[in-house]
Write a protein that binds this ligand. Structure first.
Ligand code: ADP
Length: 371
């Protein structure tokens, strides 16, 4: 078996004095106003005010009080997809560590735009999934490295394969020795080039749409999970090592191979809004129960990670079981929380920001009272 790297991430202290190695990095992104927001123009001045230069966001409850929150990054409605990728996701790609990038927020705030937008004809529109794969392909050696993807949907605690839709109820298996998580039976497709990436993501999107139509639900009620399996061979010159098996130096006359295996998960989470608002019944209540279960257990894991707790409670939901080996240890976790600008959704926006803040574990929330 190829050696997996298990080196500690360098512990650089960030601005808040919390070691970078144990922090979930959190960014907030504001969606531009849409026609629906504009149709409710009177509500408009209210909800949020961004200060991207100092990475702060003010949430305005009313004219008299507002609270200010600091994030690792604050993206205004003008932030480009490229910048979001570079700040949020690029550090998690290709370093030989497992990484997770998740988008969390109310339906309609831009999670899928941020994470899953294909941008086939307009490269500036491309979201994190395409950009990450494009980046990996651009630095990979075609002879020695490989990149493969699995694309899954988690709906009602059932894992469905978006690349092979006949596969449902895929089990989640954890290696008791290494803790490595696998999904036996899920398709793992080796990527050839960017065209192939578009093709596979498009198939995944179509299957997600078809599965959700069949189940009479919306895609916003399921989590979409792209798993990128990366294997890179690095050559390390080591002429002093005399304990190598005979013939090794004939295979690699100048260098020794070191295989780095890593996994990157890019997750478009189900909408975080409270579903009881719409007076839903039947299967929607069931959906809400499972979404609540998985997002709550994700929140607990994020809290445990932020506190650098030795125990991350990943067993409570399938979402966190899938994410298990991408949490903690040397893994890098980034969260992008997406919000809309309208004060009509103040309570959802506020709870999204609180979720992001818990992940940040920020200590000095500033309260500003404006009389
Ligand atoms: P969600 O996945 O959170 O339900 P979507 O990503 O589907 O939300 O976004 C809702 C709508 O807003 C889509 O039409 C999308 O194209 C648009 N949108 C979201 N974020 C942005 C953005 N940053 N810039 C331009 N359009 C956006």
């Amino acid at each position: 078996p190829s050696p997996s790297p298990s080196r500690a991430r360098p512990a650089a202290a960030d601005n808040d004095g919390v070691s970078d190695s144990c922090r979930v990095r959190v960014a907030v992104r504001l969606r531009p106003k849409n026609s629906d927001d504009l149709a409710h123009g009177a509500d408009f001045d209210g909800c949020v005010e961004l200060q991207p230069e100092c990475k702060k966001l003010k949430l305005k409850k009313n004219n008299w009080s507002c609270e200010s929150y600091k994030f690792d990054e604050v993206f205004s409605e003008n932030a480009s997809q490229k910048r979001v990728y570079e700040v949020v996701a690029k550090p998690s790609v290709l370093e030989g560590y497992n990484g997770t990038v998740m988008a969390y927020g109310q339906t309609g705030t831009g999670k899928t735009y941020t994470v899953g937008r294909l941008g086939k004809d307009d490269p500036s529109e491309r979201g994190i999934m395409v950009r990450a794969l494009e980046h990996i392909l651009s630095v990979m050696s075609l002879e020695t490295d490989s990149v493969a993807i699995s694309f899954l949907q988690l709906y009602l605690e059932s894992v469905q394969d978006l690349l092979a839709p006949e596969k449902t109820n895929i089990p989640i298996v954890e290696d008791p020795k290494t803790g490595e998580v696998s999904l036996p039976g899920a398709a793992i497709v080796e990527i050839r080039d960017l065209e192939h990436v578009f093709q596979l993501l498009q198939i995944g999107e179509m299957n997600r749409h078809a599965a959700n139509t069949k189940m009479n639900t919306e895609s916003s009620r399921s989590h979409a999970i792209l798993i990128v399996h990366i294997q890179r061979s690095l050559r390390i010159k080591d002429e002093s090592n005399t304990s190598l098996p005979n013939g090794t130096n004939d295979l690699f006359p100048d260098n020794l191979p070191l295989v780095l295996k890593s996994k990157l998960l890019i997750v478009d989470l189900a909408g975080s809004e409270r579903i009881d608002k719409s007076g839903s019944e039947g299967h929607m209540i069931e959906e809400a129960k499972f979404i609540n279960l998985s997002l709550t257990s994700l929140g607990k894991c994020i809290n445990a990670l932020a506190e650098n707790s030795p125990h991350i409670p990943t067993r409570d939901s399938k979402l966190t079981r899938i994410l298990r080996d991408s949490f903690g240890g040397t893994a890098r976790t980034s969260l992008i929380v997406t919000i809309g600008p309208s004060s009509r959704h103040f309570s959802e926006t506020s709870s999204t920001i609180m979720f992001g803040q818990r992940a940040m574990k920020i200590v000095n929330t500033i309260r500003i009272k404006e009389e």
